[in-house]
Design a protein around this ligand. Structure first.
Ligand code: NAD
Ligand SMILES: CC(C)CCC[C@@H](C)[C@H]1CC[C@H]2C3=C(CC[C@]12C)[C@@]1(C)CC[C@H](O)[C@@H](C(=O)O)[C@@H]1CC3
Length: 345
């Protein structure tokens, strides 16, 4: 029998709490006096005040143990976007999210905060200052995004004031910061292989890159403002640094900060996109014989060559969101956190 109402509002669970965003979120929650249960398929660290539950989120019984006495659940688990494994995305992001919602009901959880993605509206063409009311992408850029759309719909539709179960989705974009396993490591790996010499397009496209602490701040504000009489119920919110930056300026600042040269020569967007598409098709055809993982996938080329930045006005209005760390400071902190990726290290 669910025991809503008698639980401490500061007892929460973070599904995916061993990951990049999840761990930053856990650390901040502990600082703010929350008691935290982490649920993840792997345990990556130990922290006073945090109890680890190792398990797969598709396993309802395992989840239930981690949700006992918990009133707020943050769901920020997902397979890595680069894995490109359609069946895995379907199983974890869609079926697994259904299981999370069911387990929340059974455990009497009051609030569910989902980490979605701003890419749920991105189709590979320009988005400038996009608001949350843009339609979901009809042709999402990859399987990962396809399943993030379904996942977000599931969570938002589960919001029920009558049942005392409130949900909200946070849509970050281009999260970066210390311990990120994706953006900076892939960028530096590409540079070390001598492939970061070219700017795709004219280099003027603006993009949101969002410092991880600002994304965490947005999640906690959402949890604390999510009430039956608040506008947050069943809504999605963009959380960005509110400082769109030229994609190639951002990449160049990270590269130069770590001692690598910034790309200088320009290549036409359509040419690079065409080559990336061709390589992707070749990799698909040759898959039974040999596994090729091209660096410049059509998805990455689209992200590198178009505008995609979003308005966070709704989060400012409904939850008083303001980024805590400005972009310049965020880049400095990020570069300093990767001494092992510095040129020559
Ligand atoms: N990194 C970004 O730029 C970005 C941008 C927008 C949205 N997001 C979303 O933010 C969330 C966190 O992303 P991240 O960058 O921290 O990724 P991450 O890979 O660092 O963390 C994901 C965590 O989920 C866990 N996990 C995966 N499958 C699981 C399962 N079946 N059961 C339990 N745990 C499982 C992993 O072990 C990992 O610890 C994801 O939902 C992602 O879609 C990320
Ligand atoms: C090879 C170079 C052209 C670029 C090297 C950097 C890229 C690896 C990153 C640049 C933009 C990043 C990005 C994501 C992954 C890493 C990059 C492609 C996401 C697709 C990861 C999943 C998130 O949900 C997306 C989001 O909406 O925030 C990211 C978008 C930006």
């Amino acid at each position: 029998i669910p025991k809503r109402g008698i639980k401490s509002s500061k007892r929460c669970a973070v599904i995916g709490g061993s990951g990049f965003l999840g761990r930053h979120l856990v650390e901040r929650l502990v600082d703010r006096g929350y008691t935290v249960n982490v649920f993840d398929i792997r345990q990556a660290y130990e922290l006073p005040g945090v109890t680890f539950h190792q398990g797969d989120l598709c396993d309802r019984q395992a989840l239930l143990l981690a949700l006992k006495e918990v009133s707020v659940v943050f769901h920020c688990a997902s397979p890595a976007p680069a894995s490109d494994d359609r069946a895995l995305f379907q199983r974890v992001n869609i079926d697994g999210t259904r299981t999370v919602i069911q387990a929340c009901h059974e455990a009497g959880v009051q609030k569910l905060i989902l980490t979605s993605s701003a890419s749920v509206v991105f189709e590979g063409t320009d988005i400038k200052n996009g608001r949350e009311d843009l339609p979901y992408a009809k042709k999402p850029i990859d399987y990962y995004t396809e399943t993030k759309i379904v996942q977000e719909k599931l969570v938002l539709e589960a919001c029920s004031k009558e049942k005392g179960f409130l949900t909200v989705a946070i849509r970050p974009h281009g999260i970066f910061g210390p311990r990120d396993p994706q953006l900076v490591p892939i960028l530096i790996d590409t540079a070390r292989r001598g492939k970061m010499k070219f700017i795709i397009g004219d280099g003027s496209n603006l993009v949101d890159f969002t410092y991880v602490e600002n994304v965490v701040h947005g999640h906690i504000l959402a949890a604390e403002h999510l009430k039956a009489d608040s506008p947050l119920c069943g809504q999605a919110y963009h959380i960005t640094n509110d400082e769109p930056v030229r994609f190639w300026d951002f990449m160049s600042q990270i590269l130069e900060g770590l001692g690598y040269s910034a790309p200088r020569y320009h290549l036409p967007y359509t040419l690079v996109y065409g080559i990336a598409l061709l390589l992707w098709l070749m990799a698909l055809v040759l898959r039974p014989l040999i596994r090729i993982k091209p660096t410049f996938t059509p998805m990455r080329v689209a992200l590198a060559g178009t505008h995609h930045y979003y308005s966070c006005a709704r989060a400012k209005k409904d939850m008083g969101y303001q980024p805590l760390v400005p972009l310049r400071e965020a880049i400095v902190r990020t570069v300093e956190s990767y001494p092992h990726l510095r040129k020559g290290a």
